[in-house]
Write a protein that binds this ligand. Structure first.
Ligand code: ADP
Ligand code: ZN
Length: 512
């Protein structure tokens, strides 16, 4: 067999490895179990495809989605690798099994539930395996954002083949998920290889949502090139596309509710255009190859920091300057929190709450956004990056602990069922009809806030909701979350960034 550099060159057409690829390939070729955490686009496929060629036997690739497998097989085919899959969508399964048995395959793609079946385990006990790759390995972890119970069944199959190197691959794994993957798949700690997650050409901006249409309009006015606006619902994505089109920017919609031909047409138009905006739900983006996306805007909070990283990572793949904008509201957090408590299985709630808290810390930080993101992925970045809103234009922060205590007290005294407007009236001492009708003008908290404090009530409420010190019900009524007591008792302080409008930090202004 030819040498590794030769394979890299002749089969893949590359002169060099990229980033950690070489470390990963070396380890696998040495027969050692490995977990490679590499961001999207870092070139994970090569990490198992190259050893699959260089080592004797066929590589087993565990993958969660048929569409993903078929994509991978197409690109493997294109460079002359012998690859096939065993899925319900493959009519030629028997032929594939034959090819696998007789050593005619380099790569066999299979879903975890099929791989762990008796029949398949028996089949591979008689076959020479070069390696077992476990793609999207975060699916094995309950802490991961995409838990698939079938991944938990892989252990026996791996144990059957202790000498076959396993290579777990994922683009998104925080420290906890990583530890879980190592444990679940029997990979030693020293087998972890972590690629750098920084995307230095992406400039991050985070703003409270405050008239979204106007905010998007301002943003787009200073932002040439094509971009994605992620909307929290299908409806919203359509309304945003209409608004944008109305203001003269070519815009299309993409969500799972559109008929397939329309989706395909909109996607194709976007991929070809150099100025089009696609207003989409998160259904859009996977497998889209458009290197010159100049910005990604979120009209509401993403599901997690991992999701945010992945979604914003679709901007600036060409390495040219790109922007990521996030517009958030307290109601986004309120909705996400009530979803967790009502719809998520109880065992998964702690992980989901933690994910949301991490996201709250990201949107609320007065410090470097990039540093928060990179620390989340286990890196140790510099304190400032010089290319995010907070580094370019450091926000003023203020100790709002006293206002927070007053607001929490007002919520408590009014039996935790009123919204922020009413609580502000009570704190201000406005004895309007609603206040009087509930007798709230006789409460000890009536009129205890001065005008400076009153100006902070809304941003403080937003901050308290984001960090789960206050919870909003469907009508906006505020009650205590677990974060309330420590603040009331003086065990925890609340610092917020000042709500004053900040100057725009778009690249045009800075470089213009
Ligand atoms: P991932 O699965 O990590 O998102 P892929 O395996 O799809 O990434 O690779 C992303 C792109 O990078 C592909 O177009 C691939 O051909 C390219 N690529 C991978 N390795 C290299 C390399 N060593 N040199 C140049 N390009 C590479
Ligand atoms: Zn920064």
């Amino acid at each position: 067999m030819s040498s590794v550099p030769e394979i890299l060159h002749t089969v893949f057409g590359f002169d060099h490895f990229r980033g950690v690829q070489e470390d990963v390939v070396d380890r696998v070729l040495a027969g050692r179990h490995t977990l490679a955490v590499m961001p999207t686009g870092a070139g994970k496929s090569l990490c198992y495809q190259l050893p699959a060629i260089a080592r004797e036997g066929a590589a087993l690739v565990i993958s969660p989605l048929i569409a993903l497998m078929h994509d991978q097989i197409r690109s493997a085919d294109a460079i002359g690798l012998r690859a096939a899959s065993l899925t319900s969508a493959d009519a030629d399964r028997e032929q594939t099994v034959q090819r696998f048995k007789s050593g005619e395959l380099d790569l066999l793609y299979i879903a975890p539930e099929r791989a762990t079946g008796e029949a398949f385990r028996r089949l591979i006990s008689r076959t020479n395996l070069s390696l077992i790759a476990i793609d999207e390995a975060h699916c094995v972890s309950e802490w991961g954002h995409d838990f698939r119970p079938d991944y938990r069944l892989l252990k026996p199959l791996l144990d059957d083949n202790p000498d076959v190197p396993r290579l777990a691959l994922t683009a998104t794994a925080d420290q906890r998920t990583r530890a879980d993957i190592l444990a679940q798949l029997g990979i030693p700690e020293e087998g972890l290889i972590l690629a750098g997650f920084d995307r230095p050409n992406i400039r991050y901006h985070v703003r409270p949502r405050d008239g979204l249409n106007a905010q998007l309009k301002t943003l787009l006015a200073g932002q040439p090139g094509s971009g994605i606006v992620y909307a929290p619902s299908r409806d919203k994505s359509e309304r945003i596309a209409e608004q944008l089109a109305g203001s003269g920017r070519p815009a299309v919609t993409y969500h799972a509710g559109l008929e397939a031909p329309i989706r395909a047409r909109n996607q194709a138009a976007f991929v070809e255009s150099e100025e089009m905006v696609i207003a989409a739900t998160v259904a859009f983006g996977m497998g889209i190859d458009k290197p010159d996306v100049r910005f990604v805007a979120h009209a509401g909070i993403p599901k997690s920091i991992e999701a945010y990283y992945q979604e914003t990572g679709r901007a600036g793949r060409d390495g040219e300057p790109a922007e990521a904008w996030l517009f958030w509201g307290a109601e986004d957090f309120a909705r996400a929190r009530s979803r967790i408590e009502q719809e998520v299985e109880p065992v998964r709630r702690p992980a989901e709450r933690e994910r949301l808290n991490a996201l709250a810390a990201f949107v609320e930080t007065p410090g470097c956004r990039r540093a928060v993101l990179l620390r989340h992925f286990g890196e140790d970045p510099p304190e400032t990056c010089g290319n995010c809103d907070n580094c370019l234009d450091p926000p003023k922060t203020i100790d709002a602990t006293e206002v927070a205590r007053k607001l929490l007290s007002a919520a408590f005294r009014t039996e935790m069922r009123f919204g922020v407007a009413h609580l502000a009236d009570v704190l201000a001492g406005n004895d309007n009809e609603k206040v009087r009708s509930f007798g709230h003008d006789r409460l000890s908290v009536f009129g205890i806030a001065n005008s400076e404090e009153l100006a902070l009530v809304r941003p403080v409420a937003r901050a308290l909701i984001a960090r789960d010190a206050l919870r909003a019900d469907a009508y906006g009524g505020l009650s205590f979350g677990p974060g309330a007591k420590p603040i009331l008792k003086g065990e925890q302080e609340l610092t917020i960034t000042l709500p004053a409008p900040r100057k725009r930090t778009s690249r045009r202004r800075h470089e213009g």
